[in-house]
Each structure stands twice: as C-alpha cells, then as structure tokens.
Design a binder for this molecule. Structure first.
Ligand SMILES: NC(=O)c1ccc[n+]([C@@H]2O[C@H](COP(=O)([O-])OP(=O)(O)OC[C@H]3O[C@@H](n4cnc5c(N)ncnc54)[C@H](OP(=O)(O)O)[C@@H]3O)[C@@H](O)[C@H]2O)c1
Length: 262
C-alpha cells in the first residue's frame, strides 16, 4: 500500500482536500500523487502548490497510477471514464461522486474492473474527515483493506449499505456547511456582546470540535450531554429554550430532509 501511486481524475475541491490530507498525515508522499483536470494552467499551479505531478489527460493519469480516484462532477463521470475503460481494468478505481453507487459503474466499466464507491467530506484536508465506503464493491479483500487503511489516515471510515449512502453522505458531506453556519451564528451572537470576531470563530470552532470528540470518545447520548450542561434554572437552559422556540432542531432535520427528499 505504501508504494501505491494515487491519481486523481479531476482536481477540484474534493480531490485537493484528499491530497492535502494524505500528504499532511504522511500517508502518501506528494511525489506519489498525480492528477489531471480540464484547465491545464490551473492544474499546473495546483500541482506546484501541493508538490504533486500534473498530468494532461485522464488516460495518462490512469496509466501512471495504481489507485485512480475519479473526482469530477457526477454528470461527467461516465463521459470521462468510458474512453479510458481499458486502462482502468488493472487499477483500483475509487469514486467520490455523489449518487454514483457500484451498480451505476457496472453499466459502463469493463467487466472485472476493481471499483469502489465512496463519499468523503472536506475535513479530510486536515485528517478529520468521514469517508463512507459502499459495502458492495469489486476490490479484492486485500485491496479493500489497503484502501480502508489509507483512508483511515484522513478520516473516520465507515462501510455502509448502498441505501445508506444517501442520508449518510448528506449528513457527512453537506453537514460541514451546516456546522459552519452554526459556528458563524454562534460567533455573531458573541460579537453582538463584544467578543472580537477572530476570537469568537476560534472559540466556536473549538467548541464544535471538542463536543464532537467528547461524544465520540464517550458514546454518550447527545441529549444527556445537553442535560449535563443545563443546571436547573441556570443560564444554558435559557439558551436551549430559546433555540427550541425558534425550531432549531426541526430546522436541522428539515435541512437533511430537503436534500434527501430531493
Ligand atoms: N465538494 C464536496 O464537499 C463533495 C463531497 C462529497 C462528494 N463530492 C464529489 O466529488 C466530486 C468532485 O466535486 P468537487 O466539489 O471537487 O468539484 P469541483 O471543485 O468542481 O472539481 C471538479 C474537477 O473536475 C475537473 N474536470 C472537469 N472536467 C474534466 C475532464 N473532462 N477531465 C478531467 N478533469 C475534469 C475540473 O477541472 P477544472 O477545474 O480545470 O475545470 C475540476 O478539477 C463530485 O463528483 C462530487 O459529487 C464532493
């Protein structure tokens, strides 16, 4: 696994986040990563930025890689991969495209291609991401174990059923936007009462990180964690009641439902 060369077809937000995290965590050396994109000048600049090799085409990328990560927009996946199907036959193909499970790849890849559909989120850039892996895949056991080990360097890796990719991917993939809105709103509240902006972002972000880590470490029910901070007649319960009056929890539930209802 340590000797794998990783090739990204498409080097936008998600591919860069993954490359950055893998390099930062020492899971892959930058000189073992290559990538291609549509705009060659932009690709060269990004190649320099991360110290990775810029390549001109998806075919070159596939040929020079052991693990090919397809990171173009979902509507481009079939169009970009179909012409290079032969070159992908003896590679490990990893998809990060939303709504692109195993069965969809089976329709256009050559029979016997080793492929796995995953859903990462952007905090992989700092090694604190989530990567969902579809249970159904055509990797060998050894390849699958190697990919899970590789991705564990930058994310919590969970293997899920195909039907769980939707809600799971929405929670982990769209969640960073909701969490960022929460951080921004908390900070606005604190700034309203005189806290400097930079400090308020720092405190809000660390509070979210710490609360998440505490829940993961203890497995405590989130409701019990909330109860633990709310003393009777105290200050926190006043804030909780205000959030309930504004429909905070139902607004968050509706956000997931709005996406999953599609
Ligand atoms: N962003 C997220 O949070 C997130 C979360 C989960 C999954 N995903 C999945 O990740 C994938 C990429 O999303 P993104 O947000 O990273 O999109 P993005 O920032 O728009 O990046 C797309 C990349 O594809 C490249 N590209 C377009 N046409 C190409 C072609 N014909 N050959 C080679 N490269 C080509 C683009 O190159 P140019 O820039 O030069 O045009 C760009 O580098 C999507 O399938 C998405 O569903 C994203």
């Amino acid at each position: 696994m340590k000797d794998w060369t990783i090739g990204f077809i498409g080097f936008g937000n998600m591919a860069q986040a993954m490359a950055e995290g893998l390099i930062l965590k020492g899971a892959v050396k930058a000189d073992r990563i290559c990538a291609c994109a549509r705009d060659w000048d932009k690709m060269c600049k990004n190649g320099e930025k991360y110290g990775i090799k810029a390549l001109k085409t998806p075919l070159e990328t596939a040929r020079q890689s052991d693990v090919v990560i397809v990171a173009v927009k979902p509507y481009l996946v079939e169009e970009v991969l179909t012409p290079i199907r032969e070159a992908l036959r003896d590679k490990i193909l990893i998809s990060v495209a939303v709504n692109f499970p195993f069965e969809m790849y089976e329709k256009f890849l050559l029979p016997g291609t080793h492929h796995l559909s995953t859903l990462p989120n952007t905090p992989v850039a700092v090694g604190e991401g989530i990567i969902l892996c579809e249970r159904e895949h055509s990797l060998t056991e050894e390849e699958f174990a190697g990919i899970k080990e590789l991705f564990s360097a930058i994310a919590l890796v969970e293997v899920v059923d195909t039907k769980q990719l939707g809600a799971g991917g929405t929670l982990s993939g769209c969640g960073p936007a909701f969490a960022a809105m929460f951080i921004e709103a908390l900070s606005d509240g604190a700034v309203l009462h005189g806290l400097p902006r930079d400090l308020s972002y720092k405190l809000a972000s660390q509070m979210v990180v710490g609360t998440g880590k505490l829940q993961l470490a203890t497995g405590r029910h989130p409701g019990a964690m909330k109860d633990g901070v709310c003393s009777p007649g105290g200050t926190t319960i006043k804030g909780v009641a205000a959030l309930e009056r504004k429909g905070f929890r139902s607004a968050v539930i509706d956000a997931i439902d709005a996406i999953e209802g599609r």
